[in-house]
Write a protein that binds this ligand. Sequence first.
Ligand code: ADP
Length: 531
Amino acid sequence: MLIALLPYPLMTYLNCVQGRRYEKVYIVLGVWTAINFVIVVFLQITNIRDFFETMTSSHLIIIALIFTMAITIIRDVMKGYVKAYREVAIGFVAIMVAGVFEIALTYIVSARLNGISLCIGLVVLLIAAALKTIRDTFNIEKEKQIAIAASASKAQFLANMSHEIRTPINTVIGMNEMILRENENEEIDEYAHNIKSASQMLLSLINDVLDFSKIEAGKLQIVEKEYYLADMLNDIVLSTQMRMQQKPLQFKVCVDENMPTQLRGDDLRIRQIMNNLLSNAVKYTEQGSVSFTAKGEQDENGYVLVLSVEDTGIGIKQEDMKNLFSSFERLELNKNRYIEGTGLGLNITERLVSIMDGKIDVESEYGKGSCFTVHIPQQIVSDEPMGPLEDGRRKTLKEDETKKTVYIPDKKILVVDDTKMNLAVVKALLKRTGAQLDTASGGMECFELTKQTQYDLILMDHMMPEPDGVQTLHLIKEDEDNLNKETPIVILTANAIAGMREQYLQEGFVDYLSKPIEVDRLEEVLEKFLK
Ligand code: ADP
């Protein structure tokens, strides 16, 4: 019975390792084996002929199989296909020799080995198959490593590209800021405003790509710190109000006054999430309102911040819901062609929420509007009630109104950056302050200058060829007689990742300014360290 069935597993396995190139031949042999099996079993059961007497028909199939295997393996050797299963091919040769030997003994010498040589052949094939499996496993692991490396280098490329692109945008925004300040011609003013909004859009796009590639490369980290809830909510509300200026929309804000004053978590990422949701609400709503609601709830694991954004905009079709959070996926392109976007915002938002162990829910009715709600766990630092948000908001607005330009003609500032364009931007931005400016285009030049002149403030770029900003700071601080050992040094960085501030402060910087430099932040820093 075994001999009648033996061809089956052998041809199935060989067919498989040969990549089904000769499947048709094996099917014919398989059908022949099946018919033979049914007949010999029938003859045995009905006591007409026993297995020994019908063995010849099974042997015939085995001989046919041996021929087929030999021919297919020889063909594969000639065509080079055998490389993929070379161990197994040797195992099959062993079993073919064993088969021929067994049959030859039976018919020529009339002796019987009762399958011993076939068993030996099968053991050889088994070992060969095990060896092939081990080799395949190694190969798969190697290919996996190559694929991981390729994907990492793709993510790294994206990260580098977006980083590099920020430098020229930085220049455009900075120089344009100068045009906006110094120009009195209305027409040029309008052009400059257009440049401003376009370059800001470009920047937010680059930031999205940078975040996306960081998440893809698993490099995006959540940095938790203590923060005041009212500050964060105020900023979110204010930036949405600015965004809504061009649209006839009503902005409804509903913030629970009993929320805790101070929390611990990554407030910058929460701002990013809410800004994404609110800017979408404004983008995809032409009339009606956008509502922002903030409250908190206590669950079994602690405090959870519940923030929701509701709009009366175009809404999302039920069948589009599944694509809502996919990367680079924009819905209803025909309708939304003229609304700017990349389709990355919601994907980043969802990933940020999930990195923070939170969740995001969407409810939407097509044509009526949508509501996005995020739940983000945070730790309470001070559970004193936060009070009405309006107070904080009014304060911030008032501070803005009273802000004057810093005028410091008697102060000396050194600006260090290896990119000429960046130096030009900082110089232009500082022009109005009247301060005396020196520039250095590298760490070493800066170090030499600090030995000769005492400055009131140093603005130092981070990413420079050696020594970089951090190394240059250490050179100055560790140089015994340096005139600027005590001078406040502010770092300029394009790496505005949350939590970097603490790292820079630890190194010895007094503050940091993220690129592109915002005029207000720059003046804030000047005020803080030079007045
Ligand atoms: P985009 O940059 O295109 O806005 P997002 O990832 O933020 O990318 O959003 C993906 C798509 O989801 C958008 O193109 C839009 O079709 C749809 N969408 C997002 N928010 C809303 C909303 N509030 N109302 C209607 N559609 C929305």
